[in-house]
Ligand binder design. Structure first.
Ligand code: ADP
Ligand code: MG
Length: 200
């Protein structure tokens, strides 16, 4: 159980990490709503790069919403956090590594920082700065989706369209959640009957 406060105004970092559709944004919004119920001042950020949904809101695939400030530079998080007791950040993998020191700075100043992001890219490679954030966090939650092929718990994002760029914004038209058996970074055809297993 993640606490609402530490004694003596000490801050901390919570990381919610997982693949696409695993419920990271839902869990982030749930925690931030509860902090608001506790009458804490909450400020939420997302990268302007994430233009998939309304720009002034963080929105989950199940349409949970919370107002947010879109930022293009990590430093804007410190500038806009003001006197917030709780800072939420979604899509952390779209920020550069300076996010790590900004989050540490906030937590050192007594802020509860709740960060959600993809832990792996579509190739299964750890997606910076998430690995570093997982290392410095006090609390870590790994969320799992449901494999769209077999229904097992899924922790990989299967890209369905052929693009060689690491970032390809999209939802169900471009990605599916897959378990390790049904995920393959080299397969982009969702209608292929037998997916080769990932070996080696
Ligand atoms: P994330 O932020 O991790 O991408 P969201 O919190 O936005 O995920 O959305 C989670 C919701 O996505 C689930 O509650 C469910 O309604 C929906 N969903 C769609 N496809 C899947 C899937 N394959 N596995 C789990 N949830 C899914
Ligand atoms: Mg999300």
């Amino acid at each position: 159980m993640i606490p609402h406060h530490y004694p003596n105004g000490v801050g901390w970092v919570e990381v919610i990490a997982g693949c696409m559709f695993s419920g990271k944004t839902e869990e982030l919004i749930r925690r931030l709503h509860r902090a608001r119920i506790a009458r804490q001042e909450v400020v939420v950020f997302k990268p302007t790069l994430d233009s998939r949904y309304g720009t002034q809101e963080v929105v989950s695939h199940s349409d949970d919403r919370i107002p947010c400030i879109p930022v293009s530079e990590v430093r804007q998080i410190i500038e806009s956090a003001g006197s917030a007791q709780v800072v939420g950040i979604d899509e952390a993998q779209f920020f550069d590594n300076s996010l790590i020191e900004v989050i540490e700075e906030l937590a050192n100043d007594g802020v509860r920082v709740v960060v959600a992001g993809l832990d792996q890219d579509f190739r299964g490679v750890p997606f910076e700065p998430m690995p570093q954030l997982l290392a410095v966090a006090e609390h870590i939650t790994k969320t799992l989706a449901v494999c769209t092929v077999c229904g097992s718990p899924a922790n990989r994002s299967q890209r369905l369209v052929h693009r060689n760029t690491r970032v390809l914004l999209g939802a169900s038209e471009s990605y599916e959640a897959r378990c390790r058996r049904h995920w393959n970074p080299d397969v982009f055809d969702p209608h292929q009957e037998s997916l080769p297993l990932v070996t080696g």
